[in-house]
Design a protein around this ligand. Structure first.
Ligand code: SF4
Length: 518
């Protein structure tokens, strides 16, 4: 049952999804999937219910009529155990044709699932502490974080307990399961902003402040970031938050979004539109009415942006231990590789694995004397710690292989383009390539050195798939979205055009000039 929310009084002004959410809380769909639709089959699902499936982490796969689904699994801060990784692999093998995608929010995505599979999948995920609940939908999604939390020499504090507390607070909490739109939280205490603070609805980044003569480590707070076709960079509020206050502040900001966020037009409902209209001062004033006053900003401790890349062998904060960052080409892996990763984590590390928002993976806690042996493992030929310049820095959304909203293919094109550039262009610095199959920007193309966005283009032969190219995005400092170049190109033109662009950069750049500065 849905709560009686105050905005029900203006129901006639709200969009269709809002009308549906007034009748039924999105979380109700979990029980319905388990107890009704999984038993009665795909044909028994009323059309209007599919919009609520997202609260269970479930999307219809393209084409909808075939009755297949995708499922996203939350992995807060990307932290996994080998036991969890084996369950993820088993489920992919049994139900998902062995396919596993790592997403740009550190989550896992399955494909090819049938409605009958879900009770068993939900149960087995839950048994190892994993959930697909609210991995999609108008609710707090997977909390992204520093994949090195707890082992990072460059973090001010270990953010794992904070992320756990946030997860407990928001997951399946019906106070926050009917937000105006999707809601993305990021938490990191690393000085290198690995959790892409500025593109989240709510982000916590490391800061210090002198309070009563003592230097306190805590966070600065950013609100109103998000990509899609009207991207916004988050803005910092003038508050300083102690680690033990993060949950209260997050609840307060989520409450403001829930109660004041726009519910009339779906394409204007993200928190970014409210923040843009109000400005940060008004936002903070309203927030203060909810959570009370907080001290003003301290000193920001973010010094740079590592773009979420951890490839290679690096020392941890624990002396004698190393983490090994592996590339998963285009974020696509398999049950077989996940089983092998779990084995490697047990054999060489402490049984942990960490997913990364660049669709890659890390094996932590490897003692110095085992590193060389790990690097010799056959799996690391494909999941390389030293990937090639372009394949190693290529990110792709799902695209029209499975996604109903896609206008173009993505993963295969990006794989071919990256491989071509690796063959054709010699470069001493990585260039980050991202691709989206539509303006929704799951592939985060706006923060790429070179971003591709799929669309359609009219030609003499009719409408064809085509891509825009944008250059120079980054999240250093306040961040900057890339700039779109004129025109669109077809799929077979992408590789040669990017080659020309990159060679131009190579010839014209000043010493140490990165692509983003170019
Ligand atoms: Fe689908 Fe568009 Fe998201 Fe790609 S960016 S996964 S095509 S919705």
């Amino acid at each position: 049952m849905a709560k009686k929310w105050p905005w029900a009084d203006r129901a006639d002004q709200l969009n269709q999804v809002e009308q549906l959410k007034l009748k039924q809380d999105g979380l109700d769909i979990i029980d319905e999937i388990i107890h009704i639709y999984a038993k009665e089959g795909f044909e028994s699902i009323p059309e209007e219910k599919f919009a609520l499936f997202k609260w269970a982490g479930v999307y219809q796969q393209r084409p909808k009529s075939d009755g297949y689904f995708m499922l996203r699994v939350r992995i807060p801060s990307g932290i996994l155990t080998s036991k969890q990784v084996r369950v993820i692999a088993q489920l992919a093998q049994e139900y998902g044709r062995g396919l596993i995608d790592v997403t740009t929010r550190q989550a896992i995505q399955y494909h090819w699932l049938r409605i009958e599979h879900f009770p068993d999948i939900f149960r087995r995920l839950n048994e190892v502490g994993l959930h697909s609940w609210e991995a999609c939908g108008d609710c707090p999604r997977n909390i992204v974080g520093n994949p090195l939390a707890g082992i990072d020499p460059y973090e001010l504090i270990d953010t794992r307990p904070i992320v756990e507390e946030l997860e407990k607070t928001f997951l399946l909490n019906r106070e926050f399961s009917n937000l105006p739109r999707k809601y993305k939280i990021s938490v990191s205490a690393s000085i290198y902003n690995p959790a892409n603070a500025q593109i989240n609805d709510l982000a916590f980044t490391p800061a210090v402040k002198e309070i009563d003569g003592e230097e306190v480590v805590g966070f600065h707070v950013w609100v109103g970031g998000g990509l899609s076709n009207r991207p916004h960079l988050a803005k910092q509020l003038d508050i300083f938050v102690r680690p033990e206050q993060v949950v209260e502040v997050a609840k307060g900001i989520t409450t403001v979004f829930r109660d004041y966020g726009y519910r009339e037009k779906r394409h204007k409902a993200r928190l970014k539109f409210l923040v843009a209209d109000w400005g940060v001062d008004k936002f903070l004033e309203v927030l203060t009415g909810v959570i009370g006053p907080y001290p003003s900003r301290g000193i920001d401790k973010t010094v740079s942006w590592n773009a979420g890349y951890f490839n290679g062998v690096h020392p941890q904060k624990q002396k004698g231990l190393y983490y090994v960052g592996l590339n998963i080409p285009i974020g696509r892996t398999s049950a077989d590789e996940f089983f092998q990763l779990a084995d490697l984590a047990d054999k060489y590390g402490s049984g942990g694995l960490r997913t990364v928002n660049t669709q890659n993976i890390i094996i932590p806690d490897v003692p110095e004397d085992k590193v060389e042996q790990l690097l010799e493992e056959p799996l690391l030929k494909r999941l390389s710690p030293k990937p090639k310049t372009f394949t190693g820095y290529a990110v792709s959304c799902t695209g029209n292989e499975f996604c109903n909203l896609a206008l173009t293919e993505t993963k295969d094109l990006m794989r071919r383009v990256a491989e071509y550039l690796d063959e054709e262009v010699e470069l001493d610095t990585p260039i980050r390539l991202h691709i989206n199959g539509c303006p929704n920007s799951c592939g985060q193309q706006q923060i790429a050195d070179i971003g591709l966005m799929g669309g359609k283009m009219r030609t003499a032969k009719g409408m064809v798939e085509a891509y825009t190219i944008s250059i120079g995005g980054h999240l250093f400092g306040a961040g900057k979205f890339n700039t779109q170049l004129k025109g669109r190109i077809q799929a077979d033109e992408v590789a040669p055009v990017l080659k020309g662009l990159i060679l131009f950069y190579k010839e014209q750049r000043k010493p140490n000039e990165t692509f983003g500065q170019f």
